[in-house]
Design a protein around this ligand. Sequence first.
Ligand SMILES: *Cc1c(COP(=O)(O)O)cnc(C)c1O
Length: 441
Amino acid sequence: MINVEGWVSKVPVLGDVVDLKPTVWVNPNKAENKDAWEKIDFTEKDIYEAEERLRRFAPLLMKYFEDTKESKGIIESPLRKVVNMEDALKKKSNLLGELFLKMDSHLAVAGSIKARGGIYEVLYYAEKLALENGLITIEDDYSKLANEKNREFFSKHTIQVGSTGNLGLSIGITSATLGFNVVVHMSSEAKEWKKELLRAKGATIVEYDGDFTTAVEQGRRLSDKDPNSYFIDDENSTTLFMGYAVAALRLKKQMEKLDIKVDKDNPAFFYIPCGVGGAPGGITFGLKKIFGDNAHVFFVEPTHVPSMLIGMATGLNDKVSVKDFEIDGKTEADGLAVGTPSKFVGALMETLLSGIFTIEDKELFNYMRELDRTEGIRIEPSACATFEGPVKLFEYDATKEYLKKNNLIDKLESINHIAWATGGNLVPDDIMENYLETYLD
Ligand SMILES: *Cc1c(COP(=O)(O)O)cnc(C)c1O
């Protein structure tokens, strides 16, 4: 049993969390320089290896996915300055500095951040099988994997995944396209249109009444029984994690192109919506490796599903769920509706992450309308959580204290805020229209 009152007196911010009040937890264990990396085994080499693997697959992706042709098989999203959104937010808050949007909402193939980790792990597994069975060598042009014989080989193998929606989309679409059988285990919150789209691609959908954690457990169990089945495990997978981390290498080049400096006088603040933690965790690992102490990374979670916040603030990580704190886990942000955080990300973030904001559902829709109105960009509710970061950074005492402690008070105007838009491009138009009408005051 979790002693909620005990935890609230130990970590006062948990009082707001239990009361479902939007708040911020600032990580007291964040470290700098070498100290930040002492307990972390992953290295920069792991990120470069993942990037190389993605490069080997570029010819195959280009062959299969029309929307990767222009970028020659590299799946990457634009980084865009959103000055109209910046102005709108500045009118309503104390925001200082410049605002950019990292548009993973518009990533090719899967239309969400899951196009990074999800696709990467499918490719990782496909390569492993193909090399072990002599279908290709590492020097080959991987577009060979699209021939009849090789597809026939993949069709004898199954890939399974448990998902709230977007991971299922990414893995379902990629696996089916490469020729694998694919089974997606989905929780009841998963949106109907996602299930339909997946069925249309040839995936099998298994639905569960319980939450995401149940779907993952069942999927893992069923997959383990079948020797020709591979389970992509959102709660445990370091492969997914490394696929996400590659984002940082690519972003560095994009920032250079836009002349965005990252140094002591020009800190970069990143805000990433968090579900189970794999995507924001992997990206944070990459960002901190590439930019070091001048990158400040915050996660954002719904007030009704602050699972990573509770896990990290108590240090119990995956041993605690929002239910233990009598929080219902219900949110319109289906991509973030994960009651128990990843088994390893919280511990890995202990010395890297700056903090975690929580946001009320109705604000997701207000930000969504604002971005649509000011920039003509449409992203899904989960993704809109990102804007709570730059807006509230200058509001909460805890984050003001953070800015002071990091000697940034005279540099506030030079902060570059990167809001990470995590999904939206595959949302059907009629559903997007409905979202734009949701929670209108
Ligand atoms: C999956 C997802 C996230 C968060 O990723 P996790 O790995 O679950 O933390 C954020 N936004 C969207 C739209 C997502 O689909």
